[in-house]
Structures are given as structure tokens and as C-alpha cells.
Design a protein around this ligand. Structure first.
Ligand code: B16
Ligand code: MG
Length: 214
């Protein structure tokens, strides 16, 4: 049976959360809004627009200013991306991707980030993927299932033929709603509703996922 693995990017293949944090923090300081690392944790896997709304915490701005604030944060973030290299792949990721590719498994990325393609290029993994879904691919962000369905469709697979690897609660919600098998990476308090939970991909073997995760 052809199967596919679909990976979230930030928190699964690499950890860009620190750069997102520093960029949001700088914006928050300019706006005189308190913003902590704990606040940033709530933005895990959340798209840029919703992240800004959460940071503003009920403050409202005209649409043009919202756009300008998102652009300003993104410019801060873009300045960090040059620093990303293959060394920034999370432990075990490179071996896991190569093992899966070698086994004939289709590989996809499903990231909320509009910068996902650039990050994959910096990590030098973009050629491993059959489909790369990012923040431009669908209208409705996670927890809507649309992005995972878009990626699976691009791989010519049904959701039940695919396993989604995610670190965010919203991502697991999205994949479950779409009918995918799910592997949650991180604490059970966050991703315990996935079919299977692992701390990370550090010691994962592709053969562990050869059968459906019932
Ligand atoms: P951008 P993922 C997400 O990546 C990040 O976890 C989240 O913090 C970020 O706000 C979102 O991408 C959008 O990123 O501003 O670059 O479009 O986990 O979905 O790979
Ligand atoms: Mg993530």
C-alpha cells in the first residue's frame, strides 16, 4: 500500500519558534504590550494573523495597520532565516526522512508558515518532498483540515493512507478532523489526543509506522 508521511515544519522538522518569539517580542515591545515566552507557546502552529490577534489581546487596529504590523514582524523574522542551516534539523529528522524516502513513502510538508519553502531550502530538505503545503496553499488555517487534505491530494493519497506528524494541538485537531492518522510530538498535555504520542522524532524508526495506528 502506498502511504504518505505529512510533516508540520516548526516544532517537528526544525525549531523556528525561537525566531518567531524574538520577532513577536520586538514588535510587542514597540507597542508596549507585555509578551512572554509562555505567551509565545500559545502561538505554536497558529498562523500569522491569528498570532497577531492573540498578541494584541483584544486591542483593535484598522486593517491597514494590522497588515503593517504583520509585515513588520515578518521582516524581523526574515532577518533570522539566513542563519538557518542543515544543522538546525531537529535530532533524528534527517535519518527519518531519508529512511522513509528510501522505503518509497511519499513525503509532504504542511506548515502554517508563509516562509516554509524558504526554511526548507535553508535546511536543504526541499528536494525530499513530493508536496510542500504552506501558508499560501489554502484559505482556512489549522485547526481546519484543509492544508493536510491539500497536501494529501497533491500526493494522490486519501487521508487514511497518510500519517501526520504534528507538535501543535491545533495541528492534531486539524488532522483528526480530516481523517488522518496522527502522531503527536511533545507532551501529552499538548498532543495527547493524537493516535500516538512521541517526545520527538529522535529515535523514531519508519518501520514503527508501517501499519495503521489503530
Ligand atoms: P509565518 P508550523 C507556524 O509554523 C509557527 O509554528 C507559528 O508560530 C507561525 O506563526 C506560523 O507558522 C506562521 O508563520 O509568519 O512564517 O507565515 O508549525 O505550521 O510549521
Ligand atoms: Mg508546528
Amino acid at each position: 500500500m502506498t502511504i504518505g508521511f505529512i510533516f508540520d515544519l516548526d516544532g517537528v522538522l526544525t525549531d523556528t519558534a525561537e525566531y518567531h518569539f524574538r520577532s513577536w517580542k520586538r514588535l510587542a515591545e514597540e507597542l508596549n504590550i507585555p509578551f512572554t515566552r509562555e505567551d509565545n507557546d500559545a502561538l505554536r502552529g497558529i498562523d500569522r494573523r491569528r498570532s497577531l490577534e492573540l498578541l494584541l489581546n483584544g486591542r483593535s487596529y484598522p486593517e491597514a495597520q494590522m497588515q503593517a504590523l504583520m509585515e513588520r514582524k515578518n521582516n524581523y523574522y526574515l532577518a533570522y532565516l539566513d542563519e538557518i542551516s542543515p544543522d538546525d534539523l531537529l535530532p533524528g529528522v534527517q535519518d527519518f526522512l531519508l529512511e522513509a524516502k528510501h522505503a518509497g513513502i511519499k513525503l509532504g510538508v504542511a506548515s502554517a508558515s508563509k516562509n516554509a519553502r524558504r526554511v526548507c531550502e535553508q535546511l536543504q530538505i526541499q528536494d525530499l518532498f513530493d508536496v510542500l503545503g504552506d501558508g499560501y496553499s489554502v484559505v482556512n488555517p489549522k485547526p481546519a483540515p484543509d492544508l493536510f487534505i491539500w497536501v494529501a491530494g497533491g500526493m494522490r493519497l486519501n487521508p487514511r493512507q497518510c500519517i501526520v506528524f504534528e507538535d501543535a494541538a491545533a495541528g492534531i485537531d486539524a488532522a483528526l478532523t480530516g481523517g488522518f492518522w496522527t502522531v503527536g510530538l511533545g507532551p501529552a498535555a499538548r498532543v495527547g489526543h493524537a493516535h500516538r504520542v512521541l517526545p520527538s522524532l529522535a529515535s523514531a524508526k519508519v518501520s514503527d509506522f508501517a501499519i495503521p495506528l489503530t
